[in-house]
Design a protein around this ligand. Structure first.
Ligand code: C2E
Ligand code: MG
Ligand code: MG
Length: 638
């Protein structure tokens, strides 16, 4: 019989093996499963050759040996199908359920093997009655039964668990199966065409080239592992639920620049050399100047981190031109997050928050930071959901005028309801909304709700002159604020003097310039402004001078300090004096007791807001409150 095809297969696989073994690899589970399938296929083809030779030279060999070789070949043939199934299972079940899930397949494979060795095998002779063209009998048939069985299970499993298997892998495995089945059928009908072995080699080559070429996990330029490798490896590590450590850094120069010896000498290359040779770690290039080390051994991670930090203290090249840009982030136990995507998110979040704060320090990513990230995410989800399903509500807190001796305005304060109908206060979500930009939409929604209420209820009839609505610094710095708010006021036919917008101090000059532009344009239509949070350090006297506001709102902290601290008293006295001197009015917030109320009144404060009168109330309750206090009894308060 002809063994040339099989020999070709062996050569092909030997070449692949050579490249495979030489490549730098991470020990991915799928990679191990592939390598197992690879080796079994190789052994299968070699045994194919041996069995053909054994049949040809059967006269000179003990019959037992001939049959043993032929049956061993059949066992490996079934083994190839079995390994193909395990390869897919590794991807589907990851680490946790894998062992349990494949146990039944393993038992089946053992049973198949026993049957193949136990059942009889016959030779089919050619017409010359001496040459054997193929073998048949129970042993051969059972091989087909098991091999086809494994292939069918594999096929069904890939269909059922479509979402859990990497699509590229599914594609490649399917192709491999088609080739294999095609070859087997061909061989079944044209028994003298012994192509199964060779086609197995082709199938494995396809898997190798499409998926398992370790080179696809490498960054060609630096020789480090790439992002895709990090994701695969990370998934595996998180699946295992064992502790591992991660260290990441941002380089001053992008890697490709470090490698340009003509401009910078060899310093950059030396740094790269140091990085890729850090022991006990897998090294990933996350971005052009971002490197990430993964240590499976937590103790060694500590040691190596110290060593790396020490070496980087002096950097490389002139004045340490090659080194770390700002800080390091070290995660001693990556178990503080749930998966590799969260791990990268957390590190990115820390980088963004800390950029420019520290220099070459080590930031320890701890559980509290991870919890904060998850809390933020949960809040983002809650907020997005509330905006989408309109579970945003506006409460109103009455503001009392000491001069008119009744309530003359109110502050609109937002709340959202969660899925269970529970009220979530703004302290929880305003910061998050400002960070992710949702505040622009949320702010417009709140403004619209207030405008709708003003249209529905003539606030002047109730003795209210205007309503105060908070603006976030993010909204103030948006160039759309003016158009958006004008559009909403026009939609509801609101006259602008019923609106008073509360602003706070903007951090940047640009934001301040935009705020001023927005203010001027809105003021031209009659909108007025208050400066919120005075006395929290967020607003100071300089700011009042720059900002065209009518009202200054004293924060609760400031009022509290007045009663506790002699110095604060002097500051508040002179602040009141100066603000009144500028012709502005004052609202004192957070007034809770009779004593506080009387004192503020004596200090000449025009407006009082606080629990002493009322907490922020839902719309209906608010109107009931105002009706009761302003319309029914005109002078009960005061
Ligand atoms: P703020 O604008 O300074 O609002 C005053 C806060 O003090 C409100 O808290 C109010 O309920 C609370 N307060 C009033 N009187 C008392 C009192 O006597 N004692 C105590 N302990 N607290 C009192 P709230 O509603 O939780 O709002 C907190 C902050 O959230 C607001 O501070 C404001 O900065 C922000 N916020 C609320 N609504 C909005 C909104 O619609 N848009 C924007 N951008 N921010 C808002
Ligand atoms: Mg306010
Ligand atoms: Mg305030």
């Amino acid at each position: 019989m002809d063994i040339r095809l099989q020999c070709g297969g062996v050569v092909l696989m030997a070449v692949l093996l050579y490249f495979y073994i030489r490549q730098k690899r991470i020990s991915l589970d799928t990679e191990k499963a592939f390598f197992r399938a690879f080796l079994v296929t190789l052994v299968c083809i070699i045994l194919d050759i041996f069995s053909i030779l054994a049949l040809d030279f059967r006269d000179r060999l003990p019959q037992m040996a001939v049959r043993f070789i032929c049956k061993s070949y059949l066992v490996t043939l079934m083994g190839v199908a079995f390994c193909g199934l395990l390869y897919v299972c590794v991807d589907i079940y990851k680490d946790k359920d894998y062992k349990k899930s494949v146990r039944k397949y393993k038992l089946a494979a053992v049973a198949g093997m026993i049957l193949i060795y136990a059942l009889p095998m016959e030779y089919q002779f050619a017409e010359d009655k001496t040459t054997i063209i193929y073998t048949y009998g129970g042993s051969v048939y059972i091989t087909y039964v098991f091999a086809v069985g494994f292939l069918v299970i594999n096929f069904l499993l890939m269909r059922k668990e479509k979402t859990r298997i990497n699509p590229a892998r599914r594609e490649a495995v399917r192709l491999w199966m088609v080739i294999w089945i095609g070859a087997s059928l061909t061989q079944l009908f044209y028994s003298s065409l012994l192509i199964v072995g060779y086609m197995s080699a082709i199938g494995v080559a396809i898997l190798y080239l499409k998926l398992e070429n370790p080179e696809t996990n490498l960054d060609r330029q630096s020789g480090m592992f790439n992002h895709s490798a990090l994701i695969q490896y990370g998934r595996q590590l998180f699946g295992r639920k064992t502790a591992f450590s991660v260290l990441t850094l941002v380089l001053k120069e992008p890697l490709h620049k470090s490698m340009r010896a003509d401009q910078t000498g060899t310093a950059g290359m030396e740094m790269l050399e140091f990085l890729v040779n850090v022991p006990d770690a897998f090294i990933f290039k996350e971005a052009e100047n971002e490197i990430l080390f993964v240590f499976e051994d937590v103790e060694k991670a500590k040691e190596q981190t110290q060593r790396i930090l020490q070496r980087f203290q002096s950097g490389w090249g002139k004045d340490g031109q090659f080194g770390v840009k700002h800080f390091w982030i070290y995660m001693a136990d990556a178990g503080i997050v749930n998966n590799v995507d969260d791990m990268l998110d957390l590190m990115q979040g820390i980088s963004q928050d800390s950029a420019g704060l520290t220099k070459n320090n080590l930031i320890l990513a701890d559980k509290a930071m991870a919890e904060e990230m998850y809390r933020m995410r949960e809040t983002e989800r809650l907020l997005a959901d509330a905006i989408e399903k309109d579970r945003v509500e506006v409460f109103y807190q009455p503001i009392f005028s000491t001069r008119e001796n009744r309530f003359t305005s109110a502050e609109a304060l937002v709340r959202i309801r969660d899925e269970n109908g529970k009220i979530v206060p703004p302290g929880v979500f305003i910061g998050v909304a400002e960070q992710n930009g949702a505040i622009v939409k949320l702010g417009a929604m709140i403004f619209e709700k207030v405008c709708r209420m003003i249209r529905e209820t003539d606030i002047r009839q109730y003795g209210l002159h205007y309503l105060e609505i908070n603006l976030s610094v993010v909204q103030c710095a948006s160039e759309h604020l003016y158009e958006d708010y004008m559009r909403i006021m026009e939609k509801y036919g609101i006259s602008a003097d019923q609106i008073n917008l509360e602003i706070t101090e903007s951090a940047s000059l640009d934001a301040k310039a935009m705020l001023l532009r927005n203010m001027e344009r809105l003021m031209a239509h009659g909108v007025r402004f208050s400066l919120d949070d005075f006395g929290t350090g967020q607003a100071n006297l300089n700011y009042i001078m720059d900002m065209p506001v009518d009202i200054v709102k004293f924060d609760r902290d400031m009022t509290m300090a007045y009663f506790e601290n002699q110095k604060a008293k002097y500051i508040m006295d002179s602040a009141i004096h100066m603000i009144h001197g500028m012709g502005l009015e004052i609202v004192s917030e957070g007034i809770e007791t009779e004593e506080q109320y009387q004192t503020m009144k004596e200090l000449g404060i025009s407006y009082i807001q606080g629990y002493y009168f009322s907490k922020p109330l839902p719309q209906e309750e608010f109107w009931k409150f105002i009706e009761e206090r302003n319309l029914k009894t005109d002078s009960r308060n005061g």
